[in-house]
Design a binder for this molecule. Structure first.
Ligand SMILES: Nc1ncnc2c1ncn2[C@H]1C[C@H](O)[C@@H](COP(=O)(O)OP(=O)(O)O)O1
Ligand SMILES: [Mg+2]
Length: 182
């Protein structure tokens, strides 16, 4: 699953997990868990995320891979949220893990994403949900992450989802895209 910060990825993932029982892996959540553990690596990650930058590729990919392996026996499938963030991450994922079956592209306007993040920032406790970091995250999204979508478009696995709609309407489109796969 791809989409800008605040586009609604986490919200839709939660609903997908509820309906399909897939294993949800959010690269952001994995990284935040590492930060919360207070480890040395967590401290380095915190500094990078606070600036709205991308953490080193190998760190994220190893975390995702470990989490996938941990669930391999019981998983009905994996839902990966917020990764790849740049084309290089996508290429490495294919090499180390495999090719994804579907890319859900959760699409909202920049203005909408900023509004949602500012609102989320009132309660999320996320140190990157502030105006300055949000702006950097959006810039980075347009620069680094949008090309990822073009990369997967050439393989015909991208389904673009209009995330300007209310949550349940967005989810109805998501369900259609997933069910078409089966
Ligand atoms: N379709 C929608 N309509 C209105 N608000 C939405 C929405 N989808 C998500 N939101 C809200 C929930 C959150 O407070 C905020 C960001 O959503 P999120 O799921 O945390 O985004 P992401 O994981 O892509 O950063 O926007
Ligand atoms: Mg999220």
């Amino acid at each position: 699953m791809a989409g800008g910060p605040g586009s609604g990825k986490g919200t839709q993932c939660e609903k997908i997990v509820e309906k399909y029982g897939y294993t949800h892996l959010s690269s952001g959540d994995l990284l935040r868990a590492e930060v919360a553990s207070g480890s040395e690596r967590g401290k380095q990650l915190q500094a990078i995320m606070q600036k709205g930058e991308l953490v080193p590729l190998d760190t994220v990919l190893d975390m995702i891979k470990d989490a996938m392996i941990a669930k391999a026996d019981v998983s009905k499938g994996y839902l990966i949220d917020g990764y790849p963030r740049e084309v290089k991450q996508g290429e490495e994922f294919e090499k180390k893990i495999g090719a994804p079956a579907l890319l859900l592209y959760i699409d909202a306007k920049a203005e909408t994403m900023v509004q949602r993040l500012m609102k989320r920032g009132q309660t999320s406790g996320r140190s990157d949900d502030n105006e300055e970091t949000i702006k950097k995250r959006l810039d980075l999204y347009y620069k680094a992450t949008e090309p990822v979508i073009a990369y997967y478009e050439t393989r015909g696995i991208v389904r673009k989802i209009n995330s300007e709609l209310p949550v349940d309407e967005v989810f109805a489109i998501v369900v259609k895209a997933i069910d078409e796969l089966k």
